[in-house]
Design a binder for this molecule. Structure first.
Ligand code: HEM
Length: 377
């Protein structure tokens, strides 16, 4: 390796130096990133009838990177105060070159990333990809879904428009249903008794620093674990004696992954160009709440469930029971790999597959009702 006298070096970077020039070789002598090469070369991806689902996680990853990039660009113009937030977005949309495009991509990208995270969750759940040794891959994934939803919730308020203001008022009301600690948590989130500039400051801090840092750490661990364990083989393919064919991760799978990334980009560009994010009217805390306040679509099934619950169930407040049930279900989701454990040697059971289809049907139905039934209510 590096000789004190400085003569010709023959480190691991020698191969790299030959192909990509002296700079990369020099860097590799010091950083040692060429150890990743053999790892990538070794990794094989199984090809079978469910292989399509392997691309969804990659698309979510691409969208995550895009959110970070577009979010940073928005920060150059955004002002996090009740007096300046709405106007700064108005300026960005009307005056800044391509400002409307960056904002629209960030707004649609958030929705698409959460959608992809849901599709990815249901696909890995149905393919039982959470089985040993991928329990922590699954748990970091659930963490990512929750953090993505929290990013969506906090980001929604930032333009400080009427719709976001009142939806956040409804959303932050929810922890208040818990006795004793509820009002404290609600006020902690809002930074006071009601939504105000203090709430905006808090949500801004969470949205641009705390949550992205957390998401970044979770993504890094998640992707590292995927590289470490490779792609799982679903039980039905395992039962047929394993996949008939595999392809190399590098470059074959990665190139196919890039097709998925391009598809996501094309979808986003079309959505941003044809349906740019709009701003609505500025929030007025003293105005009455407009009719038909709705949360973002990914909270709709929970919102709608709470609406259907009676005021009291067995003497306990219905909403309190509903919110607690969702909390318990969130924990169940986190621990699925430990709950679905067939006896050693036994075939994987069908119970969790049925539960997954049941959950999917429930989410779709309640979301549909949220957009149709409540329109007339
Ligand atoms: C923004 C969120 C997420 C990103 C960026 C992400 C990224 C990825 C990537 C790139 C892969 C490898 C390709 C693939 O199998 O699709 C992967 C695999 C995996 N992900 Fe995620 N993921 C996210 C959310 C989730 C969620 C919500 C779950 C489930 C709770 C999850 C569980 C898993 C599991 C178990 C694997 C291994 C799949 C296998 O080995 O077959 N991920 N993820």
């Amino acid at each position: 390796m590096a000789s004190p006298g400085g003569g010709k070096r023959k480190g691991k970077g020698a191969g790299l130096r030959r192909f990509y020039g002296p700079l990369l070789g020099w860097l590799d002598d010091r950083i040692g990133f060429s150890i990743l090469g053999p790892l990538m070369k070794k990794k094989e991806v199984p090809i079978h009838k469910h292989s399509f689902w392997y691309y969804i996680g990659g698309m979510a990853l691409f969208l995550f990177i895009l959110q970070i990039c577009t979010g940073i660009l928005l920060l150059f113009y955004y002002r996090p105060s009740a007096e300046g937030a709405y106007e700064s977005i108005q300026f960005l949309m009307a005056e800044v070159k391509f400002g409307w495009l960056i904002r629209s991509i960030h707004s649609w990208g958030a929705n698409l990333m959460i959608f992809m995270a849901f599709v990815h969750l249901f696909s890995v759940m149905l393919l039982k990809a959470y089985r040993a040794p991928r329990e922590i891959t699954w748990m970091t994934g659930v963490g990512l879904l929750f953090v993505s939803m929290a990013l969506g919730f906090t980001g929604y308020l930032l333009p400080w428009n009427e719709l976001a203001f009142f939806a956040t008022r409804v959303g932050t009301e929810i922890p208040g249903v818990f006795p004793v600690v509820g009002p404290f948590i609600r006020e902690l989130g809002r930074g006071g008794a009601d939504i105000s500039g203090a709430t905006l400051t808090r949500f801004y801090a969470l949205h641009v620093s705390v949550l992205p840092a957390l998401a970044f750490m979770l993504v890094a661990l998640h992707v590292l674990l995927v590289q470490r364990h490779g792609m799982s083989v679903p039980p039905d393919i395992e039962a047929q004696g394993g996949p008939k064919r595999t392809i190399k991760f590098f470059p074959q799978f990665l190139l196919r992954d890039l097709v998925g990334w391009l598809a996501a980009l094309a979808l986003l560009a079309a959505a941003a160009a044809f349906l740019p994010a709009h701003l609505g009217v500025k929030a007025d805390p003293f105005a009455p709440a407009p009719a038909g306040i709705k949360p973002e679509w990914y909270f709709m099934f929970m919102f709608q469930t709470l609406k259907y619950l009676p005021a009291h169930i067995a003497g306990i407040e219905g909403e309190l029971l509903g919110v607690s049930a969702f909390g318990v279900l969130g924990m169940v989701l986190l621990f699925v790999p430990f709950l679905d454990r067939p006896k050693p040697g036994a075939k994987p059971g069908k119970l969790w597959t049925y539960l997954t289809y049941g959950a999917l049907a429930y989410i779709l139905l309640l979301t549909y009702l949220g957009y149709t039934a409540s329109a007339t209510a």
